[in-house]
Design a protein around this ligand. Structure first.
Ligand SMILES: *[C@@H]1O[C@H](CO)[C@@H](O)[C@H](O)[C@H]1NC(C)=O
Ligand SMILES: *[C@@H]1O[C@H](CO)[C@@H](O)[C@H](O)[C@H]1NC(C)=O
Length: 526
C-alpha cells in the first residue's frame, strides 16, 4: 500500500520515478523472494583427524610462539546506512582479543560514527548478529574519522611511524618471525576499495605496499581477508605467489558481495534496526572463528566453510564466489597462527560444529543503502515532513544512480559507437589477468570523472584536470559509482587518453544534477 502511494506521488518527475521503481523493484523483489529453505547446510569435512594433523598443529603452534601475531582491521565506510562494515570490524577485534592478541598488536581503522549515531536504536552498542551482543566495547580507537585514509593505512602497514598523521600512532612494527592478519570490509568496485576520506584505495597500490613490506623482511607470513564488491579484482593478476601473502576475497573479480542480516531478510535484524548488521563473507569467517578451536582448524578448512556459506547453497543468487590468491600453500596453516584461539573453544570438536547457518537471502552491497532508505521511508507517518524528506532522499539517490549509469553509457557510445560501446565497457578479461594494464590511466579516468561530477562550471573542468589536489575537494562517483570502474579500466585498455576521455565526458555530462549524491556530500564520498 505504501508502495502504491509512493508510486503515485512520484509520477511528477516521471523519469526519476521510473528509475526509482526499476531499482526498488529489484531490491524489494529480492527481499520478498521465498526463502531458499531454512535447513542448515550440512557441511562435511574430513571427520578423522589423524596423528599427522596433530603434529601439524603442534608445528604451527611452535612457529607461532616464535613470533608475534598482529592484526590490522579496517572499515572503509562511514554513514549509519553502512553500519555493517564497522560492525564487522568490531566483531573481528573481539575475535582477535579473545584469541589472545594484545591491544598493542591490534590496529583498528574505523570512522566511529555508528555507536553514538542518533539513528542507532541501542546507543553505544554495535551488534553484528540479530541476537548478538555488543561488539563495540573495548575496540581501540586507533584511527577514526578523517584519520581513516589510504596514507595512514599504508604508513601503518609499512610500520612507518613518522608518516602517520593523527590517531594513536600505533603501526605494524613487526619483525621477521611475525604473523600478520589484515581484514578489510567496505564497498568496492573493480580494482578499487572505498575509504571514508579520499582518495580510494587502488589494488595496485595495495599490492605494492605488501611487496614493500615483504622486501623489508618484516613478517613471516601474512593473511588478508577482504570483503568488498568485485574484491577478487584487487588481487587477480596482481598478487604474487612468492611473498608469503595468502588472501581470500568475498567475491570474484566480477560480482557483488553481499550484506546480510538485513531488514526483510531471514534472519532479520531486530525490528528497530533499519540497516543490515553484517556482510555475508565477513560474518561467515567470523561466526566460524567464534566457535571453533582455531588450533586445529586450518585456513583451508575455514576457506572451504566460508566459500560454502557465501555461495548460498551454490546458487550464487544472493551470494558470491569466495576466492583465494597468493601463496596458496599457506592455507595449510592453522587459523590459530593468525588469530590465536579462544580458550573457551578448546574442546570444540570441528566435525560436529562445522555446520554454519545457511542464509536464505542477502542484499547486494550496492542495494543495501537503498534498503535502509526504503525502510526509513516506509516507517514514517504519512504526510509528515520527515516522510517528505525521506522521499526526497530516495529520489536523490536514484537520480544520482541514473546520472552515473547514463553518463558512463553515453561516454562508451561516444568513444566506441552505440553498437560497440556497451560491449567494450562490460568486457571482462580472462582469469589471472589484471583488470587494467596501466593503473595510472585508470586513476586519471576517475579523476576526470570526479571533476565532471562536481558542480563546477563546464569550461573550468578541463582546466582542473591539471590540478591534482582538486580530487580531494571535489565530488565523486560516490559509493554506487564504483561499480563502473571496469568501464573506465576498459577505456584505458583501449588506449583512450585522459584528454580524449575528458573531451567526451564533457559532452556526455552537460547537465549535472545538483543533488548531494553527485557532489561532495560527506556521507557518500565512499
Ligand atoms: C616514512 O615516511 C616518511 C614520510 O612520508 C618518509 O620520508 C620516509 O622515507 C619513510 N620511511 C621509510 C623507512 O619508508
Ligand atoms: C575441556 O575438557 C577438559 C576435560 O574434560 C576439561 O577439564 C576442561 O575444563 C575443558 N575445557 C573447557 C574450556 O571447557
Amino acid at each position: 500500500m505504501a508502495r502504491a502511494r509512493l508510486r503515485l506521488r512520484l509520477l511528477l518527475p516521471p523519469l526519476a520515478a521510473l528509475l526509482l521503481f526499476a531499482h526498488l523493484a529489484v531490491a524489494v523483489a529480492r527481499l520478498r523472494m521465498e526463502p531458499w529453505g531454512e535447513e542448515e547446510a550440512n557441511l562435511r569435512l574430513p571427520s578423522e583427524r589423524g596423528v599427522a594433523d596433530d603434529a601439524a598443529a603442534e608445528d604451527d603452534a611452535a612457529e607461532a610462539a616464535e613470533g608475534t601475531r598482529w592484526a590490522v582491521l579496517i572499515a572503509g565506510s562511514n554513514g549509519y546506512y553502512n553500519y555493517r562494515h564497522q560492525a564487522d570490524v568490531c566483531h573481528a577485534y573481539q575475535i582477535m582479543k579473545r584469541g589472545g592478541l594484545k591491544d598493542e598488536n591490534i590496529i583498528v581503522f574505523m570512522y566511529d560514527d555508528i555507536a553514538h549515531n542518533p539513528e542507532n536504536p541501542r546507543p553505544g552498542v554495535i551488534i553484528n548478529h540479530p541476537q548478538g551482543g555488543d561488539v563495540y566495547a573495548g575496540v581501540p580507537k586507533d584511527y577514526t574519522g578523517k584519520e581513516v585514509n589510504v596514507k595512514n593505512l599504508f604508513a601503518v602497514l609499512l610500520g612507518n611511524k613518522t608518516a602517520v598523521k593523527g590517531g594513536s600512532g600505533k603501526v605494524l612494527d613487526s619483525g621477521p618471525n611475525d604473523h600478520i592478519f589484515i581484514f578489510y570490509s567496505d564497498h568496492g568496485g573493480p580494482g578499487v576499495l572505498g575509504m571514508p576520506t579520499y582518495p580510494y584505495l587502488y589494488g595496485d597500490d595495495l599490492v605494492d605496499v605488501l611487496k614493500k613490506k615483504h622486501a623489508a623482511g618484516t613478517y613471516k607470513s601474512l593473511v588478508f581477508y577482504l570483503e568488498a564488491c568485485e574484491s577478487g579484482s584487487i588481487f587477480e593478476g596482481l598478487l604474487p605467489n612468492d611473498i608469503n601473502v595468502y588472501a581470500t576475497t568475498a567475491s570474484n573479480a566480477d560480482e557483488s558481495s553481499w550484506g546480510t542480516y538485513c531488514p526483510g531478510e531471514y534472519p532479520s535484524p531486530p525490528p528497530e534496526y533499519d540497516t543490515c548488521l553484517g556482510d555475508l563473507y565477513s560474518v561467515a569467517w567470523m561466526e566460524d572463528s567464534d566457535v571453533h578451536n582455531l588450533r586445529t582448524e586450518s585456513l583451508k578448512q575455514q576457506y572451504n566453510l566460508v566459500k560454502e556459506r557465501t555461495s548460498v547453497q551454490h546458487t550464487y543468487y544472493s551470494g558470491s564466489h569466495v576466492m583465494e590468491y597468493g601463496s596458496l600453500e599457506l592455507n595449510a596453516h592453522h587459523v590459530f597462527m593468525y588469530m590465536g584461539s579462544n580458550p573457551a573453544n578448546d574442546n570444540a570438536t570441528f566435525v560436529e560444529d562445522n555446520s554454519l547457518p545457511s542464509f536464505s537471502r542477502s542484499v547486494n552491497q550496492r542495494d543495501a543503502d537503498l534498503v535502509y532508505f526504503w525502510q526509513k521511508y516506509r516507517k514514517l507517518a504519512e504526510s509528515s515532513p520527515e516522510k517528505n524528506e525521506a522521499r526526497k532522499q530516495l529520489l536523490e539517490m536514484m537520480t544520482h544512480r541514473s546520472h552515473v549509469d547514463n553518463s558512463v553509457e553515453l561516454i562508451g557510445n561516444l568513444l566506441f559507437g552505440s553498437e560497440e560501446g556497451p560491449r567494450v565497457l562490460k568486457a571482462v578479461r580472462a582469469t589471472g589477468e589484471p583488470l587494467v594494464d596501466d593503473w595510472s590511466c585508470l586513476k586519471s579516468m576517475t579523476l576526470v570523472w570526479d571533476i565532471l561530477s562536481c558542480n563546477s562550471l563546464p569550461n573550468m573542468r578541463l582546466h582542473f584536470l591539471q590540478v591534482r589536489t582538486f580530487e580531494a575537494q571535489c565530488g565523486s562517483l560516490a559509493q554506487y559509482g564504483m561499480k563502473h570502474m571496469r568501464s573506465f579500466a576498459n577505456i584505458c585498455n583501449a588506449d583512450i587518453s585522459a584528454e580524449a576521455m575528458a573531451k567526451v565526458a564533457t559532452q556526455a555530462c552537460t547537465s549535472i544534477p545538483s543533488n548531494p549524491w553527485s557532489s561532495t556530500h560527506r556521507g557518500f564520498s565512499a
